[in-house]
Design a binder for this molecule. Sequence first.
Ligand code: GLN
Length: 485
Amino acid sequence: MSLITPDSFVTAESIAEKVKSGEWSAVEILDKYLSQIEQHESEVHAFNTVLEDEARTAARETDKRVAAGETLGPLAGVPVAVKDNLCTKGIPTTASSRILENWKPPYDATVVQKLFTAGATLIGKTNMDEFAMGSSTENSAFGPTRNPHDLSCVPGGSSGGSAAAVAAGFAPISIGSDTGGSIRQPASLCGVVGVKPTYGGVSRYGLLAFASSLDQIGPFANNVRDAAIVHEVIGGHDPKDSTSISEPFPSFLDGLEHGVEGLKIGIISELMGGVEGISPEVIEKTRQAASVLSANGALIEEVSIPASLYCLSAYYLIAPAEASSNLSRYDGVRYGLRVQGETLAEMNINTRTDGFGNEVKRRIMLGTYALSAGYYDAYYGKALKVRRLLAQNFDEVYSQFDALISPTSPCTAFKLGERTSDPMTMYVNDVCTIPSNLVGHPAISIPFASGNDGMPIGVQVLVPPMQEALMYRIASTLESAKNDE
Ligand code: GLN
């Protein structure tokens, strides 16, 4: 069964324009989305919390400000769903973990604050894999999210709730986080646009950290332009994040329609069959995307990123290593759950034993092992060398190419339960998305085709750091080709 309705595709941009001109009221808009949530959320489970009352109060405030003649921001009256690992003041922020059940942060993440300043209405907090560890949203302590295109399938992960919320028409835009693909892979599986910005382009202040050198926050939308608008809203320098880039980025919207004439775009050969497990139909559709770009005047060539063959292994050492350190703060003392014990150490152990799910425990163990004195060089150190080599590979390729394309996900959405028994079959989902995280470059997934099972297939566009304007331009060309079909 598919929940996709034509109403799912009203753009955020048009909502904001009409709210600002007084043609639509923010409350009316919100009610439309709330009614879609009321009808289908019990089947999809995109949200951990739906903020009906708070959202209505905010939407009324927006309408009052319009009536008073105030100038509102680019997301005026636009409902937005935010992943449950982004701090929202006084509103539960759980990272879909028992250890943070009912925890309410004392402040808003910078991204959330920026969304409010732009006039957006926070409609809810979305479900995710616990602490963003997973590729199917089945690792949530509060039950899985389902794919709105087929409820027997996963939405991808870890930002599966945010992707499903946009795909099901519960919100025109949403926010996720991407450490190894957690925005792009669910975007691909749910048939929506998903963006991982340049590392440092969007503030991580108020994001519950998973792997700090890889984490980035980014938007989901139904179309490329909306994604670019949201990205402009949430991006920009933030002194509260020490890795935030201080130089301004060129506008993501200027030149969006300029096409790809004369650009040199590479297809990453390792991700077109070189690594195992990428389905032939995904490869074929990615080639079709390349043909579209070529028909629009781009020069397309296969290109090799040799280190991409080792990215998965490197990632599954670096990310757990950082996670094992980041998650040590959940000790029963400062946040959320506390399970008593005879001693402090026993209380720490009891809390973490009850509070964390299996995948989180697995990552903490992997990470702790990789960082332990006797193995540090053999595992963590080696992974860092792969990371450095990969950065060199990209630098070399980008001295000759403007951009790259590849599949986003090796396959279409799989069935719930199909991959939960073997973590390795879950980890390979990230093979195409991880390289951009390891080098901190931006990448986008755009819905491009459907598989034989009728499920969406996304294509990934990669560009050098801070070149998002170019990324959106290429994505926009692919999007128009799809719309012309
Ligand atoms: N699926 C990957 C993992 O489990 C990526 C997660 C993410 O990007 N947050 O680590």
